[in-house]
Design a protein around this ligand. Structure first.
Ligand code: GAF
Length: 389
């Protein structure tokens, strides 16, 4: 699949500019095993890069003008890299503008370029195509102009670009897109940015994504609101327990003791975060020990928390998880990413995948009149240069 994408992108580049690309970059989407809405709460997350990517082809344009072409959208724009960056109505271009803006703010100097890109990461499915776009683009400019930007700074600038576009996201998506390793999940400490790789060995279970194929428009505003509610929650906790600095140092009992001091929403969000941080720690141990049943159980609990306490699920995602919970062959399932649509991540006993897929697809279509999409993903490497010689 990726070979076809690389050929398509490079051929398009050659036909458009009449030259060979000077750099080709592959930038992956991500999954998250567990630890949702935890990155901006200074906790731990357990994501991984996947084998679905955006492919970019770059060359220097030898002027200040840059031309950027999104093949799949049949759209393009030109930009003067020395001009100041403004948000526009054409959303995809804002991610590029946001990255250029960040690079300039951080003092990185570069000239004009031509860039063509194409993707096989589904958009709006919770697989973080936006982080792949930001980080892959930034990685390419870094390589093209030898700017010596460290991988972690690529991730951090990508995150800032996303903030500029309007979502106050945490670091998980950009970090995993840049730092991913084949067959490894990354346990990231989002407070210190320390990280460790763990084998992504799910033993007798296959990792499968079910895409609800819905995207409820609330996402941006609700995401930012959740973040604000968590900030309010931790502020109340700190005030009452001065030794506590973040949710990870807090117990469920301590949150419960502050129920009367918090609004109902802030209380529920805070409780979810404390529980979810503990689940990530347990899940990582379970993965290391090959206890996939325990890992799966924790995933079901995460979904329940995201649905009831964090309120970022929707009827379609709840239906998928509720249906799969009744299947003996499904050991774990939960919504993945920001929520309000997109994918569930599921662990299905090997040999039962096709049966479960067929049954769920039929039921999902009967219930919502919507086609369920299915992705068998593999855990892949982070953003990298592709050598076309
Ligand atoms: C989105 C955000 F971009 C991430 O930072 C993360 O908060 C995630 O939602 C929820 O875990 O993907």
């Amino acid at each position: 699949m990726n070979d076809i994408l690389i050929t398509k992108t490079t051929s398009f580049f050659q036909e458009t500019f009449g030259t060979e690309p000077q750099k080709i970059v592959l930038s992956p989407g991500r999954i998250n095993i567990i630890g949702e809405h935890i990155d901006y709460n200074d906790g731990y997350v357990l994501p991984a890069a996947i084998d679905r990517i955006i492919c970019f082809a770059f060359e220097k344009s030898n002027s200040n003008t840059s031309r950027i072409i999104a093949i799949d959208l049949d759209d393009e724009f030109e930009i003067d890299v020395t001009a100041s960056m403004e948000l526009t109505d054409n959303v995809w271009t804002n991610y590029i503008r946001g990255v250029i803006n960040q690079m300039k703010i951080n003092g990185f100097d570069f000239e004009g370029f031509n860039c063509v890109f194409s993707s096989n990461i589904p958009v709006g499915s919770g697989l973080s195509s936006s982080a792949a776009l930001e980080c892959g683009f930034l990685f390419g400019i870094n390589e093209l102009f030898n700017l010596n930007i460290k991988p972690i700074d690529i991730a951090l600038m990508g995150q800032k670009a996303e903030h500029w576009v309007g979502i106050n996201c945490g670091i998980m998506d950009q970090f995993s897109s840049v730092m991913g390793q084949e067959n490894k999940v990354i346990k990231i400490d989002c407070r210190t940015l320390e990280y460790e790789y763990h084998d992504a060995n799910f033993s007798d279970y296959s990792l499968i994504l079910f895409d609800s194929n819905v995207k409820h428009s609330l996402m941006t505003s609700a995401y930012n609101e959740r973040r604000e509610q968590c900030e309010e929650g931790i502020a109340i906790i700190k005030k009452n327990y001065p030794k506590i600095n973040s949710f990870r140092d807090c117990t469920e009992n301590q949150v419960n003791s502050l129920k009367d001091k918090m609004s109902a929403a802030v209380f529920k969000r805070s409780l979810f975060v404390v529980k979810e941080i503990n689940r990530v720690v347990q899940a990582c141990k379970a993965l290391d020990n090959g206890d996939i049943e325990i890992l799966g159980q924790l995933m079901f609990e995460t979904h329940e928390g995201l649905s009831v306490d964090y309120e970022v699920s929707c009827a379609e995602l709840d239906m998928i998880v509720d249906t799969l919970k009744k299947e003996d062959a499904v050991v774990g399932s939960r919504l993945m990413g920001g929520g309000f649509g997109g994918c569930t991540i599921n662990l299905i006993k090997k040999g039962h995948e096709e049966r479960v897929k067929n049954k769920l697809s039929a039921l999902y279509f009967d219930t919502f009149g919507i086609e369920l999409k299915i992705y068998d993903v593999k855990i892949g490497n982070g953003t990298s240069l592709y050598n076309n010689n």
